[in-house]
Design a protein around this ligand. Structure first.
Ligand SMILES: [Zn+2]
Length: 98
């Protein structure tokens, strides 16, 4: 599963729900995906890949939470209108010889 997620987010930016949608046939739940993303972050550190993710942004007050896991509620204004993170992996980061 981790390999599939890495394939997806190294080819294009995927938001959290886009990933959930792509992985729907594997019956992946929200929390499973969060755990996979945390594992992928560790793998990227070991392999020297650059994992980029955008912060969760509150659409109501603009508060940002820069974490790999999406937030469901704004910690500041309690709004549930949250723009979720998007993920991308640059596999050849630091190894751009060709
Ligand atoms: Zn807010």
């Amino acid at each position: 599963m981790i390999k599939r997620i890495i394939e997806l987010i190294s080819s294009n930016y995927y938001s959290f729900s886009q990933l959930l949608y792509e992985l729907k046939k594997y019956n992946i739940k929200r929390n499973d995906l969060i755990n996979y993303l945390i594992k992928i972050e560790k793998i990227c550190k070991i392999k020297g890949w650059k994992l980029t993710y955008t912060p969760s942004v509150c659409k109501n007050c603009g508060f940002k939470v820069n974490e790999i896991k999406p937030i469901s509620k704004c910690p500041k204004c309690k709004s549930e209108k949250i723009e979720e993170p998007k993920y991308f992996i640059e596999i050849n980061y630091g190894n751009k010889k060709d």
